[in-house]
Design a protein around this ligand. Structure first.
Ligand SMILES: Nc1ncnc2c1ncn2[C@@H]1O[C@H](COP(=O)(O)OP(=O)(O)O)[C@@H](O)[C@H]1O
Ligand SMILES: O=C(O)C1=C[C@@H](OP(=O)(O)O)[C@@H](O)[C@H](O)C1
Ligand SMILES: [Mg+2]
Length: 177
């Protein structure tokens, strides 16, 4: 497991924050959640940032945080669902570590995020349509940069972590020295 940074990407509710924390313990690599870092560094929560600075302002903060985290060395990083939208972020992730795509269905996303008010993009009249539209735009980007893809659809977090570890081992073993 020689890759310096492991990035978890995927849609809201895929389990990036949950799995990232567990994976970091399993691999003994420190964990950072980009959303948490954005909030800690700005002193504001994500709904406030979207409200005041718009999604564009949030994306600027997100890029800066991911860049700084990568420079901080070996980490498991849970990104936000839209972190793959900017090409500079995709390039950075591909160039500086292993990208793990956590895949799940819109139905599962809906059930996992239904009671949560902290995701501004889901505060719409029709979250199912919002998630479906977002998936249409974003899924090709997740797939494009993924080294490893793991479904979280019918697996509990422990099973997902085990699957990631197995696939990471297989990936490292496949790589020439
Ligand atoms: N594999 C899983 N099985 C069941 N519930 C999960 C799983 N992964 C995450 N969850 C739950 O789904 C919700 C959203 O997870 P979270 O880690 O915040 O997702 P993300 O960071 O991808 O948006 C949380 O309540 C979490 O406990
Ligand atoms: O999909 C998105 O654009 C977003 C996903 C959120 O993170 P999670 O994917 O961890 O929910 C958070 O970054 C913000 O609300 C925007
Ligand atoms: Mg998260």
């Amino acid at each position: 497991m020689t890759q310096p940074v492991i990035f978890l990407v995927g849609p809201m509710g895929a389990g990036k924050s949950t799995i990232g924390r567990l994976l970091s313990k399993e691999l003994s690599i420190p964990f950072k959640d980009s959303d948490h870092e954005i909030e800690a560094r700005s002193g504001a929560d994500i709904p406030w940032i979207f409200d005041v600075e718009g999604e564009e302002g949030f994306r600027r903060r997100e890029s800066a945080v991911i860049q700084q985290l990568v420079e901080a060395g070996p980490l498991v990083i849970a990104t936000g669902g839209g972190a793959i939208l900017l090409e500079e972020n995709r390039r950075l992730m591909v160039g500086s570590g292993t990208v793990v795509y956590l895949e799940t269905s819109v139905e599962q996303q809906l059930s996992r995020t239904a009671r949560d008010r902290k995701r501004p993009l889901l505060q719409t009249a029709d979250p199912r349509k919002t998630l479906t539209d977002l998936m249409g735009i974003r899924e090709p980007l997740y797939q494009q940069i993924a080294d490893i893809t793991v479904s979280t659809e019918n697996s509990n977090p422990r099973m997902v972590v085990q699957e990631i570890v197995d696939q990471l081992r297989a990936t490292v073993l496949k790589k020439p020295d």
